[in-house]
Design a protein around this ligand. Structure first.
Ligand SMILES: *Cc1c(COP(=O)(O)O)cnc(C)c1O
Length: 343
């Protein structure tokens, strides 16, 4: 058995994917009478490329990974859902994740009929590594958000790799915010660890949340397995074209530098306010901070047209709000309102 196959649900190992018309023919014919498409009327009459080859080439270059190590989904939420389904057996298997973390892990666990193993983070939002090592035993999937949402911190790389080395299941590292962080992606380790899958997205640092493009970066055998279960045309033609265009045109690194600068500026401003009891240092494009009365501050901000996220009901997040980093003007307004609220 190859290195990847053992991690895939036995009943899905030999799925014959739905073979679309465009999969079966890839010559350069000019007359397409194979897919029951309408021959005229709109610009969008043809089905999209099911494997998104052109978009993958552009993303592969940007991410410095091989094209055949890339899988694209309708947002990383779709990528995560397909991975859950590919790996974990409904009504049998267990999924581990930290608490607090991204809410979709719980939703996907429930939706796919899986049992959740929540691993509480310590009050400083770092993992208790010994507890974690014990907790993930007997789970088939371990999803780690790094940097973590909603806390913004980056779990220790070498501790995580120690766990991965021992782990008998599959570790998914959700790097939705990695481009804002001071550390490299773990994507450089996919050849070393067959049970490591990286998930990233164009929604955050690439500013394309509206297009819905997420990705898995993994061993090509994983990519082939994902391709065998995905909806054939999961990324539309408009989205494929537009994402290529944006990736070619936009000055992403300048924008990222601006957001990181702004993050530090907002963080400093929060630390100077007396109503702010705690600010979690962030490696992402948001900051979690603690106040005496989060509901009152939330309402005040919202009455004044500024919406933040109230995270105060999550584990160890009592009193906490999460603010995303906006434009310098938006951040100024946010800080100004906090000052008004304080006085
Ligand atoms: C925002 C976010 C995503 C992105 O989801 P998309 O479906 O790609 O927009 C994934 N994971 C985490 C932790 C996020 O915060």
């Amino acid at each position: 058995m190859n290195a990847i196959k053992q991690y895939i649900r036995e009943d899905l190992r030999s799925v014959r994917p739905y073979s679309s018309a465009r999969d079966e023919y890839n010559g350069t014919a000019g007359i397409w009478l194979d897919a029951n498409e309408n021959p005229s009327i709109t610009t969008w009459n043809r089905y999209p490329d099911p494997l998104q080859q052109s978009l993958k080439e552009v993303i592969a270059k940007e991410k410095k990974v091989a094209t055949d190590a890339l899988f694209l989904g309708n947002g990383s939420d779709e990528v995560l859902d397909l991975l859950f389904r590919l790996i974990a057996r409904p009504f049998t298997d267990k999924v581990a994740f930290f608490d607090p973390s991204y809410g979709m892990y719980e939703v996907l666990t429930t939706l796919n009929g899986l049992e959740q193993v929540r691993i509480p983070l310590k009050s400083d939002f770092t993992p208790d590594w010994e507890l974690t090592q014990t907790a993930i035993q007997g789970t088939q999937l371990f999803v780690v958000c790094r940097p973590n949402n909603p806390t913004g911190n980056l779990f220790d790389r070498s501790k995580l790799l120690d766990l991965l080395t021992e782990y008998t299941g599959v570790m998914i590292v959700d790097e939705a915010y990695i481009d804002f962080s001071s550390e490299n992606s773990l994507a450089e380790l996919i050849d070393e660890f067959p049970n490591l899958i990286i998930v990233q997205t164009l929604s955050k640092a690439y500013g394309m949340a509206g297009l819905r493009v997420g990705m898995a970066i993994a061993n090509p055998e994983w990519i082939a397995a994902l391709n065998s279960i995905k909806p054939p045309y999961n990324i539309s033609s408009i989205v494929q074209q537009e994402a290529i265009k944006q990736l070619r045109e936009q000055p992403f690194s300048e924008n990222r530098a601006m957001l990181i600068r702004e993050r530090e500026r907002v963080s400093d401003a929060l630390k100077r306010l007396s109503i702010v009891q705690k600010t979690i240092d962030s490696e992402a494009n948001f900051i979690l901070f603690k106040v005496e009365n989060p509901d009152k501050l939330y309402a005040f901000l919202s009455e004044n047209g500024v919406v933040v996220r109230n995270r105060s009901k999550q584990l160890n997040c009592e009193g906490m709000l999460r603010v995303s980093i906006g434009t310098p003007e938006e951040n100024d307004r946010f800080v100004e309102l906090l000052n008004v609220f304080e006085s």
